[in-house]
Design a protein around this ligand. Structure first.
Ligand code: G3P
Length: 214
């Protein structure tokens, strides 16, 4: 399973690099807005830090605008993945990008049928939003399971990128179901390290060591 960090904050990405297990980065217009910088500038910095897929989302809502914007973003670096919303225009643009060998991440996916459309048009990644479905009382990880089954039924190679993961259990469930990638905010990655018994155990080891070295 690959881990991506869902952020535009360079300090967080530097920390992710140091951890060693983060394979890529996802951004979205909300995350870029938090940086107060242009998307192109943020992406240019990120590609220098993490050598893996870096998703950058288009703002245009029409097919031609998405293609123009995405083609410009793709010029930044070979690792840039063009993030497209799951709309008619986004799905149509996805086909153009896959025909032109440019990687895509189709985002804002909330149903298995939507995921099928992205897979049929050659999306590199499909991003089902787990947390936002949970927010409206629908089982977000249930959607990951449905998409896994549909893709396996037909051998689609589009990677399932579990997104909108809000806590460590979301990550575990996605991994159990077989999502290919989990993208997580910095705070959720930090949760993955934690178990109270680890802290208690280490405290005792260090206390015993201190006693025996008096
Ligand atoms: O990758 C999509 C993700 O950033 C959305 O997360 O928490 O805003 O639903 P959230």
């Amino acid at each position: 399973m690959q881990f991506f960090i869902d952020t535009g904050i360079i300090e967080e990405i530097n920390q992710a690099k140091e951890w060693g297990f983060v394979d890529g980065v996802t951004t979205n217009p909300s995350l870029i807005a938090q940086t107060g910088r242009s998307q192109a500038d943020v992406i240019k910095d990120i590609v220098k830090i993490i050598d893996g897929p870096i998703s950058a989302e288009v703002i245009s809502t029409d097919r031609e605008g998405m293609i123009k914007e995405g083609a410009e973003l793709a010029k930044i670096h070979d690792n840039v993945v063009i993030k497209l919303p799951l709309t008619e225009a986004g799905i149509s643009a996805c086909k153009w990008f896959s025909d032109n060998n440019i990687k895509t991440n189709v985002t804002l996916c909330f149903s298995a049928n939507q995921a099928l459309l992205a897979a049929k048009n050659g999306a590199t990644y499909i991003s089902p939003f787990v947390g936002r479905l949970d927010d409206i009382g629908v089982d977000g990880n249930g959607l990951i399971a449905e998409i896994r089954q549909v893709f396996d039924n037909y051998g689609f190679t589009t990677k399932i990128l579990a997104a909108s993961l809000r806590h460590a259990d979301h990550v575990k469930q996605s991994a159990l179901i077989g999502a290919d990638v989990a993208t997580m905010p910095f705070s959720v990655i930090k949760q993955l390290f934690k178990h109270p018994l680890t802290d208690i155990g280490l405290e005792k080891f260090l206390a015993d060591h201190a006693k025996s070295n008096k």
